[in-house]
Write a protein that binds this ligand. Structure first.
Ligand SMILES: Cc1cc2nc3c(=O)[nH]c(=O)nc-3n(C[C@H](O)[C@H](O)[C@H](O)COP(=O)(O)OP(=O)(O)OC[C@H]3O[C@@H](n4cnc5c(N)ncnc54)[C@H](O)[C@@H]3O)c2cc1C
Length: 361
């Protein structure tokens, strides 16, 4: 079967690899560079710490990790294990985190409750949920690796190629429209990230909303101790270390039916956000006045009402969706690609049913 994939982020390239590995003729179309969209904007943390935890959330992670761990062992991907902290400022939050820790441990995930904010001097902290195995990747490296693996098993990856539309006949997919070419295909996978809802003109009704995620990167002086875990706070800010210092970002994965951000490229967080980020660092005990804003960008998460991705055949025959990653597309990429390849082959499974596009109807 010839399968056209729209989008060359971590999700589209993962789909390309698993489909091509199963023997399909895969053509992936990316209008920019591989991994240049949301994937490049990501913090790329593999998040073991599902909050709230659920057996299904753990199952998705375990399946994804089974694949990532092979790439790491083979030296194809680098993983920086930093641990992950959820810092509680309220007793009620800490109580909830205690329950989460029990549930995470029951699922075999190393989790503990700290009596404070770990490495920070955060006076508001009443404790924290810690999972030491979380860590981050280079997100573009994952997409590039999947693209390379896909090519090695016969896929064609076309960058700088925008998809203008999807052609259908009698309710099923027949082709992909480019600016000056029509590519006949038997199936299409929409993996266009935050642009997925407009790209093929078929998904405007999908329950997917985009939320803006600003990030500022601060270059820190050599004597600043930045060996910190990826840390999330109750005011929806987080801190992650990187080669030059510390990123501070804002996460918003809540689905609000009447709120939808328009994804743009090249935007940078405003001075107000930088001030909030600096305040947080100061409150954590850093000498933030000595930190220099080195970089900054805004990425767009795609969120769904139940926080789970939408994976599987949509309303049109042979038209598949791999969208709505709800802020966890790096963590979920391998399993989403595998599930799409199963769906295209007509397979069904409890996991596919739980993620099916039809579940919201
Ligand atoms: C700030 C931020 C931090 C995040 N941190 C984490 C994290 O720590 N851990 C985690 O697991 N997840 C994280 N995520 C989520 C994760 O990054 C995303 O879920 C994931 O990158 C989505 O990948 P994608 O391939 O679906 O989308 P994208 O990477 O956006 O790929 C879609 C591609 O489609 C292309 N495209 C669009 N329209 C067309 C068209 N018409 N024709 C051809 N190509 C087209 C775009 O150019 C783009 O490259 C974060 C997200 C953000 C925004």
């Amino acid at each position: 079967m010839t399968v056209g994939i729209i989008g060359g982020g971590v999700i589209g390239t993962s789909c390309a690899y698993y489909l091509a590995e199963r023997g399909h003729d895969v053509e992936l179309f990316e209008r920019d560079d591989i991994g240049g969209g949301t994937t490049a904007a990501s913090m790329a943390v593999f998040v073991w710490q599902a909050v709230p935890p659920s057996e299904f959330a753990h199952e998705l992670r375990r399946r994804a990790w089974d694949e990532y761990s092979v790439f790491i062992e083979d030296g194809e991907l680098e993983y920086t294990q930093t641990g992950l902290l959820h810092v509680a400022w309220l007793d009620s939050t800490l109580e909830t985190y205690r329950e989460y820790a029990d549930s995470l441990r029951d699922a075999g995930i190393d989790a503990e409750i700290l009596p404070d904010a770990g490495p920070y001097d955060d006076e508001r902290a009443v404790g924290a949920l810690s999972t030491p195995e979380d860590g981050h990747f280079d997100p573009v490296a994952i997409a590039e690796l999947y693209a390379e693996k896909a090519r090695n098993v016969g896929a064609t990856i076309r960058t700088g190629t925008e998809v203008r539309g999807v052609q259908t006949e009698s309710g099923s997919v027949t082709g992909i429209e480019l600016a000056d070419e029509r590519i006949p295909v038997d199936a299409v996978v929409n993996a266009a990230g935050p642009w997925a809802v407009d790209v093929a003109g078929m998904d405007a009704e999908l329950p997917v909303r985009r939320t803006a995620g600003p990030i500022v990167g601060f270059e820190t002086p050599d004597d600043a101790d930045t060996e910190i875990p990826f840390t999330l706070f109750e005011n929806e800010l987080y801190v992650r270390r990187y080669a030059k210092g510390l990123y501070v970002g804002h996460y918003n994965t809540e689905f609000r039916a009447d709120e939808d951000a328009t994804p743009t490229t090249g935007d940078s967080p405003d001075d107000d956000f930088e001030r909030r980020a600096r305040n947080l660092l100061t409150e954590l005990g850093f000498d933030a006045d000595r930190f220099r804003r080195e970089t900054g960008w805004i990425g767009y998460r795609t969120v769904t009402p139940d926080g789970l991705p939408i994976v599987g055949e949509g309303r049109t025959e042979d038209y598949y969706l791999a969208v709505g990653m709800s802020g966890l597309g790096i963590t979920r990429a391998p399993v989403v690609g595998q599930l799409i390849s199963e769906a295209v082959d007509g397979e069904s499974s409890p996991m596919l049913r739980q993620l099916s596009p039809g579940r919201f109807e």
